[in-house]
Design a protein around this ligand. Structure first.
Ligand code: NAP
Ligand code: HSE
Length: 430
């Protein structure tokens, strides 16, 4: 039972979790693989940094020490970022090493190149932790649901923003304070703009859509909007109207192509995703044979993410033991058109500050009507100085038309401010 030697690139939040799991569950992992799995080397930026885990592995700062070590069969990239992570993974694959990663930035952008390198070298390239943290989702899509035509994926795939929105909704916590909390818990990316700006979720839905629809979808194909403009006022109005605000990632395919988007949305309070709180993620998948399935669990954090990374390590180690490799690599077999973002349709919530005088409501409905936007409801909320706050919900309208309508409103002398424009995901308003 020769040990299978591996190396980690990074020992931050996720790396620490992998070190702990491989140590704590060593006995059962050895039984499952048929050999012990041992971390030989770990690449870090600063070898003198205090760590909250102990390891017998050698800490190194030069990637070549890992690349050139013939004993190391699996390289686990958990350092994050595009550079040098992508180059390290590519060099590892080309050198015949199996690669496991949690890096959605690289998978969403350079997936094809990495798969090709893995295929050419007959090695494994696994990335379960890149989407949904500890939730099994990549493997279920590639394997358990492989028999289906998948038409829709809808989910909450960013733990940081779900944690933030939950705290803002339930405890009325301030945006900056709750972001700092999410960072302290190890949920956020090194640059949290990726989380709050919706880019992290966009990378994840690009990865899921590529696998589910069998066609390459990249980060650039996703229409993205984050939560930076969501205010406590909108959260409160949503609650009054029977909605909860969530950051959603949605991918759909039909006979014309694929639409992929990430944006905050008003969800009916009784929608199953509305009760997914804190760092939890949930992903709905609709297949023609299976119907609807839902995957739920912790979407970020040390041990949940390390659970997915370590499971990939175990899978590769089993392949090494059984002398097989690269059984399931790239599944993007077709090219499918991507819907332009401005053609995607939804109902919208709009919050406006308008002059408080007769005829204003009629003028505003006229402005919406001129851009083919029908109003589902108009509610006059509080007075703000000498203005009135209006909350409107539209029927389903394209992104293009809502932008034109907002442009018209901004040109009207009676409109003082368009405070918020947020999509509504509700079947009953269509
Ligand atoms: P992290 O806490 O910032 O840790 C990064 C680690 O990589 C650190 O150990 C750092 O070394 C090392 N590192 C970074 N750049 C390096 C370089 N140029 N050379 C050598 N070492 C370098 O990051 P993390 O939260 O563990 O995330 C790692 C990856 O997992 C990212 O791709 C992230 O998107 C993904 N991920 C994270 C989570 C989560 O909940 N955190 C969940 C899912 C996926 P030092 O320790 O010396 O600074
Ligand atoms: N920053 C990411 C999140 C980590 O909050 O979901 C998990 O991918």
């Amino acid at each position: 039972m020769d040990a299978i030697k591996i190396a980690l690139l990074g020992m931050g939040t996720v790396g620490t979790g992998v070190v702990k799991i491989l140590a704590n569950n060593a006995h059962s992992i050895t039984q499952k693989v048929g050999s012990p799995v041992v971390i030989k080397k770990i690449l870090v930026k600063n070898p003198n940094k205090a760590r909250n885990v102990t390891t017998d592995a050698e800490l190194v700062t030069d990637f070549d020490e890992i690349l050139r070590d013939p004993e190391i069969k699996i390289i686990v990239e958990i350092m994050g970022g595009e550079t040098p992570a992508k180059d390290y993974m590519l060099s590892a694959l080309k050198a015949g090493k199996n690669v496991v990663t949690a890096n959605k930035d690289v998978v969403a952008k350079y997936g094809r190149e990495l798969f090709e390198a893995a295929e050419a070298s007959h090695v494994d390239f696994l990335f379960e932790a890149s989407v949904g943290g500890g939730i099994p989702i990549i493997r279920p899509l590639k394997q358990c649901l492989a028999a289906n035509y998948i038409s829709e994926i809808m989910g909450i795939v960013n733990g940081t923003t779900n944690y933030m929105l939950t705290k803002m909704t339930n405890e009325k916590m301030d945006y900056a304070d709750v972001l700092a909390e999410a960072q302290a818990k190890g949920y956020a990316e090194a640059d949290p703009t990726a989380d709050v700006g919706g880019y992290d979720a966009a990378r994840k839905i690009a990865i899921l859509a590529s696998i589910a629809f069998g066609a390459r979808v990249t980060f650039d194909d996703v229409s993205v909007e984050g939560i930076t403009n969501i205010s406590i006022e909108d959260i409160e109005y949503a609650r009054e109207l029977g909605f909860i605000i969530k950051l959603l990632a949605i991918a759909k395919q039909d006979e014309h192509g694929i639409s992929v988007r990430v944006h905050p949305a008003f969800l009916p309070a009784n929608h199953p995703l509305a009760s997914v709180n804190d760092v939890f993620n949930a992903i709905f998948i609709k297949g023609d044979a299976v119907g609807e399935t839902m995957f739920y669990g912790r979407g970020a954090g040390e041990l949940p993410t390390a659970s997915a990374v370590t499971a990939d390590i175990i899978d590769v180690a089993r392949d090494i033991r059984h002398n097989v490799s690269s059984r399931i690599l790239c599944t993007c077999f077709e090219q499918k058109p991507i819907y332009p973002a401005n053609k995607i349709e939804s109902p919208y919530y709009i919050r406006l500050l308008v002059e408080d005088k007769p005829g204003v409501l009629a003028a505003i409905s006229g402005a919406f009507g001129s851009q083919q936007v029908s109003l589902h409801s108009v509610i006059q909320k509080r007075k703000v100085e000498r203005s009135t706050e209006l909350v409107l919900i539209t029927y389903r309208v394209s992104d293009e038309n809502i932008r034109l309508a907002i442009g018209t409103l901004l040109g009207m002398s009676v409109v003082r401010k368009v405070s918020s424009v947020i999509r509504v995901e509700a079947e009953e308003i269509s």
